[in-house]
Design a protein around this ligand. Structure first.
Ligand SMILES: NC(=O)c1ccc[n+]([C@@H]2O[C@H](COP(=O)([O-])OP(=O)(O)OC[C@H]3O[C@@H](n4cnc5c(N)ncnc54)[C@H](OP(=O)(O)O)[C@@H]3O)[C@@H](O)[C@H]2O)c1
Length: 212
């Protein structure tokens, strides 16, 4: 059992917390309003706290906050996140008039690289940002095998995240370790395809994958 802290309490956080708690992990959700989030919760047993308490308690943190707020929010947790693994599943985009992603917030770089730079004592691993949240916790639901890309500087942190992915239902053969955190700029840029997929196909479950 791993102590996992999920920052944010929206769609991604709820899906990940539900699956990880169901597979036996100790899950804490870090939220700006623990009382409200706890009152709304209908899933398996998890606990709620503020961001700092969650970052202090958990050994693996998952960033499920909006990408445009993540750098500021997580930089403020530098001490609490020291020595921890930070799994970043967020997408940092500029939004178009319809609310869908229209451009990258960090062109020529990536949110994950900025996070790693701001949190030198933390091992940042980027993954799962290239699919709808329902696929993150149920990859077998698609007709074509999806890919979970991994980017991060530390091999043992990526191994630990690979084990979490296994608990989310990902077979090792569907996990693609791209290399260090620099490679996250590739997977973060894939978000630019997503609004076009959603406009043509709606919110049907999908993942961007490597076909061989
Ligand atoms: N939805 C998807 O299918 C999907 C797929 C891939 C990647 N992602 C990425 O995953 C992240 C979460 O997506 P989501 O769909 O779960 O979003 P969401 O439903 O909007 O949830 C985001 C949560 O973050 C917290 N939050 C909102 N604004 C914040 C702020 N300014 N500062 C700090 N916390 C804030 C809120 O929780 P509290 O109010 O409890 O603090 C909110 O519930 C995003 O970066 C998104 O791009 C989403």
């Amino acid at each position: 059992m791993t102590s996992i802290g999920i920052l944010g309490s929206g769609r991604v956080a709820t899906a990940l917390a539900t699956r990880l708690a169901t597979t036996g992990h100790d899950v804490m959700i870090g939220t700006r309003n623990a009382a409200n989030s706890s009152a709304r919760w209908t899933g398996p047993a998890v606990t709620f706290a503020d961001h700092a308490q969650t970052a202090r308690k958990a050994s693996i943190l998952i960033n499920a906050m909006p990408g445009d707020a993540s750098l500021e929010q997580l930089s403020a947790l530098r001490e609490e996140l020291d020595g921890k693994i930070l799994v970043d599943v967020s997408n940092a985009t500029q939004r178009g008039a319809d609310g869908l992603p229209a451009g990258l917030l960090y062109p020529g770089s990536s949110l994950a690289e900025h996070l790693q730079q701001a949190l030198p004592g933390t091992q940042v691993v980027k993954t799962l940002n290239t699919m709808l949240f329902t696929v993150m916790v149920d990859p077998h639901r698609l007709k074509v095998s999806p890919t979970a890309f991994l980017s991060g500087n530390d091999g043992s942190a990526k191994t630990a995240v690979g084990e979490l992915l296994h608990d989310l239902g990902w077979p090792p053969v569907w996990i693609e370790d791209l290399g260090d955190i620099f490679t996250a700029r590739g997977t973060e840029a894939l978000i630019l395809l997503v609004p076009h997929i959603i406009r043509s196909r709606g919110f049907a479950p999908f993942a961007l994958t490597v076909a061989r």
